[in-house]
Design a protein around this ligand. Structure first.
Ligand SMILES: [Zn+2]
Length: 376
């Protein structure tokens, strides 16, 4: 794709259906915000205050904090930083999903062993996860909408609850999450000018209840449009209302004595240091994976396709564009990366489809209709 077909400031392609572009090829996201400067390390003071608070909370306990580990580079680097740089006594909570590659599972074990961090498994059914993902992908094939593609990730929202359960069980007072801020500015969220992902303020009870009502309304609407989802109502309810993220009103109220920190929301993000760490600890990415981002989940490949077919852009393009807008990488770097990382790995796609017992042909074909539904 040549550069004229993309936003002139970030790399959102003009094929992105939901974005408006100005006459001089600027996407509405870039029009609505000034290009930011990269964080200059001044956040270090804020991080130090948080680390002090974690240590204070951990006093007289066996551990300072619990870290949710996906096996991906961000959470792995977080664990390393907390243990090695800040000398925190960490426990790691991990779940191997049906889409976690072997190499990633090995990374988790290798890293926790090297850092001498106990690894606790989350109690989540992989059979249910696989069947749910398959159901959503089938539904998307019938009705290719963005909202349906997003639902496929609902089972992993349970991790948000499991970490609190594990922290409570082991009497740990702090959970540190390694979510990547640039991932969170996703297509829908990024368009909502009122929502700020890095808004870190605690909200009032009234606002919490208001939020629940908004999400419940949205959920009810989706189920009304797609009655097949009714059978999955319990999981959808939990994933979209109770555990949608790590700070839902439900989780904050139920586990009010457990504090939490989204580390990278404050600390900023330096991909170069992350990559150096990966090679130092010999952490690998699956051989069929084009990008180290989201290497921990082979479903990403399918999700990228579902998004590009419904929204006209991939997750990867949204992610890199967010980084450009936040001043972390230049547009030229993003273009360079999209030319290699942006490629769909057909091998990985096939692996994912095999897990779901679906033919990858459905997703590779340019046109979705006429659609021939697979058995089972
Ligand atoms: Zn743009």
């Amino acid at each position: 794709m040549n550069t004229e077909q993309r936003c002139r400031r970030c790399i959102i392609p003009k094929s992105a259906k939901e974005f408006k572009f100005s006459n001089d090829s600027c996407c509405e996201l870039c029009l609505n915000q000034d290009l930011k400067k990269a964080p200059d390390g001044s956040n270090e003071k804020n991080i130090k205050l948080k680390i002090e608070d974690i240590k204070k909370t951990g006093k007289n306990r066996d551990y300072d904090c619990l870290v949710g580990l996906s096996g991906g580079r961000d959470s792995a680097y977080l664990l390393f930083t907390l243990v090695k740089k800040y000398n925190l006594r960490c426990m790691a909570a991990y779940h191997r999903t049906p889409f976690t590659p072997d190499v990633i599972d090995e990374n988790v074990r290798k890293l926790t062993a090297a850092l001498n961090v106990p690894l606790i498994q989350m109690d989540i059914s992989n059979t249910k996860h696989r069947l749910f993902a398959k159901k959503i992908v089938n539904l998307w094939l019938e009705s290719p909408k963005k909202v349906i593609a997003s639902l496929a990730c609902a089972p992993c929202k349970q991790h948000n609850h499991e970490v609190y359960k594990i922290a409570k069980k082991h009497k740990i007072g702090y959970i540190v999450f390694g979510g990547n801020k640039f991932e969170n500015f996703q297509v829908g969220a990024a368009q909502d000018k009122k929502s700020k992902v890095d808004d870190y303020k605690e909200i009032s009870q009234f606002q919490k209840i208001k939020q629940i009502i908004i999400v419940a309304k949205r959920g009810a609407l989706i189920i009304l449009q797609h009655p097949k989802l009714l059978l999955s109502f319990p999981l959808l309810f939990r994933s979209s209302i109770l555990y949608l993220n790590n700070r839902t009103p439900y989780l904050r109220m139920r586990y009010s004595n457990i504090k939490m920190l989204d580390f990278y929301f404050i600390a900023g993000y330096d991909e170069k240091s992350v990559n150096e760490f990966l090679s130092e600890y010999n952490l690998k990415i699956p051989s069929n994976c084009n990008s180290s981002w989201r290497a921990d989940c082979s479903f990403t490949e399918l999700k990228n396709i579902m998004f590009s077919k419904t929204v006209g852009m991939t997750y990867n393009e949204a992610y890199l564009s967010n980084m450009v807008r936040e001043g972390v990488i230049t547009r030229a770097e993003a273009l360079d990366r999209i030319s290699t990382e942006g490629e769909i790995s057909h091998e990985r796609l096939k692996e994912t489809c095999d897990i779901l017992e679906l033919s990858s042909e459905y997703f590779v074909n340019k046109k979705l209709t006429p659609f021939v539904r697979g058995k089972g």
